[in-house]
Ligand binder design. Structure first.
Ligand code: CP
Length: 287
């Protein structure tokens, strides 16, 4: 049951587990047993977030989870305490699990080692953002978009979203491509993940284009300019994990988020549902 022990990475999850999880979302939630003692999640975000943080919080509240919020700026990290000692100290308060976002790849594994607790990874550096990728899959599934030709566009090199989307999309038999940005680092990235490259002219042949944000906080800069509406075919859908840099990642015409071919808002709703189900699986997995 995906999420029963937290979720740090999709790279090590079997394709069949991802398929089972997406299939399970089609069934109604089964009721949870009432607990004498509330389950407490500790939320620690060391990078900014709107969607991930608020949706985890809302999903948890709907399931009766109570949240502790760790605020880096108000913590004793500012007095020189180490991260390890900080989390070993937090563990003395006995939270049931953590939701973590941090600029360092691998951070959730360190916290797992320091605390022994279940971890939900809400994004670690450029490594993974597993709940985003599962939400993206669910958004596609809800539109009946199966076995699609999907091209990634934009700053793939610094994107954690794409590193979770690759195993997730392959598990659901989507065919994935990379829109060549003509850079050596982009080509090395595509090669390392065995992503076939396509030129911009071929975007119109794709079923879906997944644009990524230029990750300025990790030194990214746009080498391609925004994805343009005129590059898409008449039936092409477009996705973006958000936040969208309007007219940098997507041109103005593609920032019409109510367009039925735009999946940006459905992705937000799907991620909320996915996080709720993962937390529910976690609660069910507890004795
Ligand atoms: N997609 C995503 O992770 O958005 P936030 O940074 O707003 O959480």
């Amino acid at each position: 049951m995906l999420g029963a022990k937290g979720l740090i990475s999709l790279a090590s999850v079997r394709a069949s587990e991802i398929q089972d999880f997406i299939r399970s979302l089609k069934a109604k939630d089964s009721p949870l047993k009432t607990r004498a003692k509330p389950v407490i999640g500790l939320m620690a975000f060391f990078e900014k977030s709107t969607r991930t943080r608020v949706s985890f919080e809302k999903a948890g509240l709907e399931l009766g989870i109570r949240w502790l919020n760790f605020e880096e700026e108000m913590s004793s990290l500012g007095k020189g305490e180490s991260l390890e000692e900080t989390f070993r100290t937090l563990q003395e308060m006995d939270p049931d699990f953590y939701v973590l976002r941090h600029p360092e790849a691998g951070f959730p594994d360190w916290v797992s080692e320091w605390t022994g607790a279940a971890i939900f990874n809400a994004g670690d550096g450029a490594r993974e953002h597993p709940t985003q990728a599962l939400g993206d899959l669910w958004a596609l599934e809800q539109r009946g978009l199966k076995k699609q030709k999907i091209a990634f566009y934009g700053d793939v090199v610094r994107s954690r979203v794409i590193r979770s989307c690759i195993p997730a999309f392959r598990a659901m038999k989507h065919e994935i491509f990379w829109v060549d940005d003509q850079t050596t680092e982009g080509r090395d990235f595509a090669k390392s993940f065995e992503l076939p490259r396509i030129s911009r002219k071929k975007i119109k042949d794709m079923d879906v284009v997944y644009a990524l944000r230029t990750q300025k906080e990790r030194g990214g800069e746009s080498s391609m300019g925004p994805l343009r509406a005129k590059e898409l075919g008449d039936k092409t859908f477009w996705m973006h994990p958000g936040p969208v840099l309007q007219n940098e990642d997507l041109d103005w015409a593609l920032c019409q988020f109510e367009n039925p071919h735009c999946l940006v808002r459905p992705q937000v709703r799907a991620c909320l549902e996915v996080r709720r189900r993962l937390l529910q699986n976690f609660l069910k997995g507890r004795k």
